[in-house]
Design a protein around this ligand. Structure first.
Ligand code: CP3
Length: 340
């Protein structure tokens, strides 16, 4: 698989590409299946439909990898939290974690078992996906998942989380530790079901200052990596911490690919990290509004990454109103221009 080879810094014939949030609302075919399922969470729980939308971007766009269709928040949901996706607002937990009693109600063992529909989706995708295309499993970094569990919804200030961080760090560590233990088993089960790589999304890493990032986020990411690498060294691990360009040189660990967000200059990331990791990224997602902007973005990134191990991606998720034609243009352009 060209995607897995690139993760392991092997020589590849061209630069593989996939897009974060590639299965989603910009595809009419996705909207049809989502409406049939009666909403996003029902779609995640219906393994046949979830497999269908996982496969769509490979069939429609020709990306080199499929990413499992699910969400990072199904882990706290299935451990006992009440999750809803409210139109226009995103995810909402009606019973956010406030006290140790709230935390003690969550059940790791039951949670990872209730996630059977995810493992069934993986099996169904792998049966229907061409051999040379990789299937990427994923989870949220414990910090990013915990921000939703504590705030109850998306946040601009992270005030509740940071109040805990400074007033009651032991309790925050207890929450992070619980999510970490569940995530280790969850990813292991995804690997057993057939994923060829895993990505850890730390979308809100950039909310933390340097010391806090290493203590409250990266430490737990590395615990997950060490656990998986000891058992499944053949499965590449991608770590995507968004918003930490200020201290890239301090990043190291037992993983294979570093995901670069679009606000980090690729050249900076390449200079600081290419000797250790394959880099993934990092076109600014809004360039997809214009073919001229796409071409400029692709040329710049391929030039910087020439001779270095690289997986092309967006620097964050694709937006719902992107024309599909432009997404196709991006995939074809990267394939054409990167041929060796
Ligand atoms: O990348 C993929 O195509 C795979 C599927 C995937 C989804 N969410 C589907 C989804 C993945 C990998 C995620 C990860 C995720 N979920 C993250 C980390 C990556 C990132 O984007 O930063 C986060 C923070 C979440 C939590 C989440 N889920 C939010 C904040 C939202 C609302 C925002 C939005 O786009 O509506 C979701 C909903 C969600 N997750 C959708 C999809 C396709 C939209 C649901 C819909 O169809 O209405």
């Amino acid at each position: 698989m060209i995607f897995v080879d690139a993760c392991f810094k092997k020589d590849v014939a061209y630069t593989p590409i996939w897009m974060m949030r590639q299965a989603g609302r910009y595809l009419n075919e996705y909207m049809v299946v989502r409406n049939e399922a009666g909403g996003f969470l029902n779609l995640c729980k219906d393994y046949k439909k979830a497999a269908t939308v996982t496969l769509q971007p490979v069939e429609i766009l020709g990306v080199d990898a499929a990413i499992l269709f699910s969400d990072i928040l199904v882990v706290p949901l299935e451990m006992g939290m009440d999750l809803e996706f409210v139109k226009g607002e995103g995810p909402v937990f009606k019973n956010p974690i406030k006290t140790i009693n709230d935390l003690n109600k969550l059940d790791i063992e039951q949670g990872v078992k209730n996630l059977d529909y995810v493992y069934d989706t993986i099996k169904c995708v792998r049966e229907n996906l061409a051999y040379e295309k990789a299937l990427i499993g994923f989870c949220g970094a414990p910090w990013t998942v915990a921000t939703y569990m504590i705030e109850g919804a998306g946040t601009k200030t992270y005030a509740k989380c940071k109040k805990l961080l400074y007033q009651n760090p032991e309790f925050l560590h207890q929450i992070l530790n619980l999510v970490t233990q569940a995530t280790k088993i969850y990813l292991e089960n995804q690997i057993k079901a057939g994923v060829n790589a895993v990505q850890i999304f730390d979308s809100w890493a950039g909310a933390l200052e340097e010391g806090a990032f290493f203590e409250f986020s990266f430490k737990y990411i590395l615990e997950i990596c060490d656990y998986l690498k000891a058992k499944y060294p053949q499965i590449p691990i991608i770590v995507f911490p968004k918003g930490i360009s200020g201290f890239l040189e301090k990043i190291d660990g037992n993983f294979d690919v570093f995901g670069v967000d679009w606000s980090t200059p690729m050249e900076l990331a390449a200079n600081k990290l290419s000797h250790k990791f394959t880099l993934q990224g990092n076109m600014e997602p809004c360039r997809l509004y214009s073919k001229t902007a796409i071409k400029e973005g692709v040329l710049n990134i391929l030039e910087v990454m020439k001779g270095r191990s690289h997986i092309f991606n967006l620097g964050h998720g694709i937006l719902p109103d992107i024309p599909v034609e432009n997404a196709k243009y991006l995939i074809n352009l990267v394939h054409e221009l990167s041929v060796k």
